[in-house]
Design a protein around this ligand. Sequence first.
Ligand code: NOJ
Length: 566
Amino acid sequence: MSEKNNTQNIPDRTWWKEAVVYQIYPRSFKDSNGDGVGDLQGIISKLDYIKSLGIDVVWLNPVFASPNDDNGYDISDYRDIMKEFGTMEDFDNLLKGMHERGIRLVMDLVVNHCSSEHPWFVQARSSRDNPYRDYFHWWPAEKGKPAQRYSFFDVNNDAWKYDSLTDSYYLHYFSVKQPDLNWENPKVRTEIYDMMKFWFDKGVDGFRMDVIPFISKDIAFPELPAEYNGDMIHYYANGPHLHEYLQEMNREVLSKYDIMTVAEGAGVTYKEVLDFVDPDRRELDMAYHFDGMNIGYLPGRFKAMNPEGYDLLEFKRVYSLWDSVFSEKGWGTVYLGNHDQPRMVTRWGNDSPEFRELSSKMLTTFILTMRGTPYYYFGDELGMSNVKFDKIEDYRDIESINMYRQVKERGGDLEKFLDDQKISARDNGRTPFQWDESPNGGFTTGTPWLNVNPNYTSVNVAAQDDDPNSVLNYFRKLISLRKNDLALVYGKYELLDKSNPDVYAYSRTLDGEKLIILLNFKSKMSSFKINDDLIGAIILLNNYPVPHSGSLLRPYEAVVYKLEAE
Ligand code: NOJ
């Protein structure tokens, strides 16, 4: 710990503020039994690797029993493990192995919806007077068609599915196999809280909460109010009883354990986020926003990126704004990719052979030197990049497959669609982890559920583990830097050289200690202008072997300077 960091002056020091979270997509991490699907035994076999990174918390995407319409985000039994992933005993061993290594485990809580194969739904759909009927949202057909609600994964965009068995529609914001749970029913809430306690009592250290802002609905299902026209996500995120339920959840469950929670902040704006994470409100600990992820798309075209790239000024504006929200209270998060996004280096950096490593390191520097808990997606520590499939048959994601069908039905430009998907598709971020240069990157001895990125022959753990200049070891160094300097965790953030379109420069200050972070987001030499004198400043980390000097940054250069004490 830095001598200058006087920890007395930091109010509310908390483990999850100081943690680095590493996200593992279990389907793609390591397959132990040759069926082509990653599993819990696979993760167990790699715990020493995970430990070697220096991370503190693993967020595991859903591992619960599921028919896998949406890769585990459709749960058919919240208290059991998906067969492909293993058994409850494997889970218990995984948790034990993590805890023995000082790593905490955060699971995915998917309770806006469950699977249509969950016994609750099987019961509920069987008759209108079934005791489970009110666990879901139904609209009797004799009342006519319900008001339009849009679905994310439905080919017709329709969130109401007609079910002839009881002559009613049920609500599904996501796929038809993901019916929305009715949170207005207290029995549903009690079931969910009990289930959460089941996992906490096992020793799980927290939950990442899937589309949690969507749980409360106006059950009169009125026409979409005009102000939300074209902004259904924001409407979905503003249900009438949302915060009552989160406070109840906190009272009934969360407050009883030393755990962390992070909301998937879909539809939540910077003006609303403190309603979720202001500690005085006793709801959740953190939320991750979508404003950063929404940068760079073409207006009005879902998931089509602007070929000109994105505007760094916009990027800086968004991240600075979101930092300012938490300057007095609450706590933020920083991430540049996850299982719902393409690979960060392709999207925010440059995945050409010349710049892939440099820009991966630069982006990693950003994530780990901002204020807020870093959420780091597995594989980014190797500089894994988008796989860029050529044909729809290579995709496994319901989102891409259904969008393709939509474009086809509309007679749209399928080639253009596939080109866009090479940049934006979620499967780009879901390809198997690249362990070594053996077939399929050492992920599986069988046929992988999703093709491995062919660059595994050079981009893999084995090639990078012992190379002091690798992306992997740069990540490890940054983590230890963050761990050893509380200014990187708690220090005040200030944007420098605000109007520079190429360089993101900022300072982090704590108790007289000042760090300057300089990041060149461009593939050219870029200049920067800051007021602080860097002569005599110490370089704590640089992504080039020859140390930085002067007022220019080399392509994708990242430098962390520590100023001499004033
Ligand atoms: C958000 C999850 O991150 C995503 O993967 C999933 O498809 C939807 N929620 C539905 O659960």
